[in-house]
Design a protein around this ligand. Structure first.
Ligand code: NAP
Length: 321
């Protein structure tokens, strides 16, 4: 549905599970939300558009592809009156109310704003890791999403990173791989002591200290990696079926220009167990405020919370009808 109305009760920025779920709830509450799906920032649907099978979203016993799932989310909120705009938001002005949303082509205002712009998994520019190499053919940035794929079963797998995500993902991958190597660029893990200990002591995990992967090779899928010791510069080609980036995520909050409270990594801070940000009328949903769980199902749940919070806030302010 398209419309050129310039003021909206609710605007949602972001088209992943959090944004579409917020839109579903807001449209069923007759708030006719406008949802910015993004354009150059990536495909509508967010991170799931680069995932193959989603097998951990409840309700799909046979799994569903990421793109099919997001298409269903999109159609469901559109059915109830969400206005979808295929445009990137360049900036927002939260200094006065109604809030101003400046997109590439349109400027709109809104009473309540839901930010669901997600986070982007960081990747490294390693030879063979890109779209023209083995990205999604053994190279991924989400062990929990992709680890159960048959190509990884009983094979040697490599996780890059030394933080909590890396040790958690390496531990998770021991269910599938024959051996999991944690390639970390330093000689000490950043991960919390307890999680690091669990990984170091795990019989199927071996930490490759002071190590980076410099090359990924294969045929249709990954077959080997070249590991370099950063101290000795020695390089060794090793058998591998999977490379998992776990070097952190970057929340997509630059466009906010510091107008909302964020932690040192840029994740939005919400009040307690709600979606309220420090700015009245602005709500956060999904990975943009979640450095810990980062799952489609938790993002969808928080999108629901944000829409309910926004609806109640609008009613309290007499802006709901
Ligand atoms: P993180 O703590 O920022 O760790 C990123 C890791 O990637 C670091 O070890 C870093 O190395 C490495 N790295 C970064 N850039 C690199 C590069 N260019 N080349 C090679 N290695 C690179 O990120 P995270 O592990 O995703 O965790 C993010 C937050 O979520 C943390 O606060 C974490 O505690 C939390 N978290 C919690 C849990 C849990 O409690 N269950 C699980 C996951 C995440 P250096 O150490 O050398 O900098």
């Amino acid at each position: 549905m398209t419309e050129d109305r310039k003021h909206h009760k609710v605007v949602i920025i972001g088209s992943g599970p959090a944004g579409y779920t917020a839109a579903l709830y807001a449209s069923r509450a007759n708030l006719s939300p406008l949802l910015y799906e993004g354009f150059f920032s990536g495909p509508a649907g967010g991170q799931l558009m680069t995932t193959t099978d989603v097998e951990n979203y409840p309700g799909f016993p046979n799994g569903i592809t990421g793109p099919d799932m997001m298409d269903a989310f999109r159609k469901q909120c559109e059915r109830f009156g969400t206005i979808l705009l295929r445009e990137d938001v360049e900036s927002v002005d939260l200094s006065s109310h109604p809030f101003k949303i400046v997109g590439k082509k349109n400027v709109v205002t809104c009473d309540a704003l839901i930010i669901a712009t997600g986070a982007t998994a960081k990747k490294l520019d390693i030879e063979g890791a890109g779209e023209d190499g083995f990205w999604q053919k053994g190279v991924t940035a989400c062990a929990i999403c992709d680890g159960a794929m048959p190509i990884f079963r009983d094979k040697e797998l490599y996780v890059i990173g030394g933080g909590d995500s890396a040790v958690e993902e390496a531990t998770f991958l021991t269910k599938y791989g024959s051996k999991v190597y944690l390639a970390h660029r330093r000689d000490e893990l950043r991960a919390s002591k307890i999680m690091a200990k669990r990984a170091i002591n795990h019989p199927k995990i071996e930490v490759l200290w002071n190590s980076v992967i410099t090359k990924i090779e294969g045929d249709k899928v990954v077959r080997s990696v070249t590991v370099q010791n950063v101290k000795t510069k020695e390089e060794k080609k090793r058998e591998a079926a999977g490379v998992f980036f776990a070097i952190g995520h970057k929340p997509n909050t630059n466009f906010l220009n510091g107008q909302l409270d964020m932690d040192e990594q840029g994740y939005l801070i919400v009040k307690g167990d709600t979606s309220y940000t420090n700015k009245e009328g602005v709500f956060a949903a999904g990975d943009v405020h979640d450095a810990v769980y980062k799952q489609a199902v938790t993002a969808a749940g928080s999108g629901c919370k944000a829409a309910i919070d926004a609806e109640r806030w609008l009613s309290e302010k007499g802006l709901g009808d």
